[in-house]
Ligand binder design. Structure first.
Ligand SMILES: C[S@@+](CC[C@H](N)C(=O)[O-])C[C@H]1O[C@@H](n2cnc3c(N)ncnc32)[C@H](O)[C@@H]1O
Length: 202
């Protein structure tokens, strides 16, 4: 299905993602059909003990659709990659869970989100977190590098999901874990390519 997209289609999709999530980087409030910010985190059952250690501005920037940690915790000392990290809330939660012996890295396609994640990080005392711009389809990490890969609300936006999943399996250590929270389309996507592109990041 993804192979039907031309380079120009891809450019348009990525540009619409950049536009929408550039706005969400300022504040996701009122932009999505589900609760974001603190209400979203509480509703998704995130660890209240961890949330209370984080500043309100960080919690407010959450726009995930679920809770990847509902599939299990990330282990102390582990090395975690957060794909489509947005403003970095899950990355920071993972960093708290793995502790100072572990590390969490967040990547996102949208430069404004990465900038917001870095600003958010400055409001914490965590030293085991980093953020960088990057695509799920081309992970700039060596193979067998991470103990866990998490993602929240990002894979639905990835153009070539098969390629992105291959990348996840490449960078995961043997017995590493992938924990994805996302939304799925239950109806058929629009048959017309132009309509599909327009609806991509809507
Ligand atoms: C709904 S937001 C979720 C952000 C964050 N995970 C959270 O829970 O707050 C989806 C994010 O996926 C990012 N994204 C979309 N396509 C991507 C791709 N191919 N690679 C990396 N990030 C991507 C967007 O820029 C956006 O920040």
């Amino acid at each position: 299905m993804e192979k039907a997209f031309t380079c120009e289609d891809r450019r348009q999709i990525e540009s619409s993602i950049g536009e929408r999530y550039g706005k969400a980087a300022i504040s996701p409030e009122g932009m999505f059909g589900y609760p974001t910010g603190e209400a979203g985190l509480e509703g998704q059952g995130y660890d209240a003990g961890i949330l209370k250690t984080l500043p309100q501005e960080i919690l407010a920037s959450y726009c995930g659709v679920g809770n990847p940690f509902s599939l299990g915790p990330v282990n102390k000392g582990g090395f975690v990659l957060d794909i489509g990290c947005g403003a970095g809330v899950d990355t920071v939660v993972a960093a708290v869970m793995v502790g100072p012996e572990g590390k969490a890295v967040g990547i996102d396609l949208t430069s404004a989100m990465v900038a917001r994640a870095k600003e958010n990080l400055k409001k914490t005392s965590l030293e085991n977190v980093s953020f960088r711009e990057g695509s799920a389809e081309d992970l700039q990490f060596p193979e067998a590098h991470f103990d866990a890969v998490i993602s929240n609300g990002a894979f639905n936006l990835v153009i070539d999901k098969r390629r992105a999943l291959r990348e996840v399996y490449r960078v995961l250590k043997p017995n590493g874990r992938i924990m994805i929270a996302d939304q799925v389309l239950t109806a058929d996507p629009p048959g017309d390519i132009a309509a599909r592109i327009r609806s991509w990041a809507g």
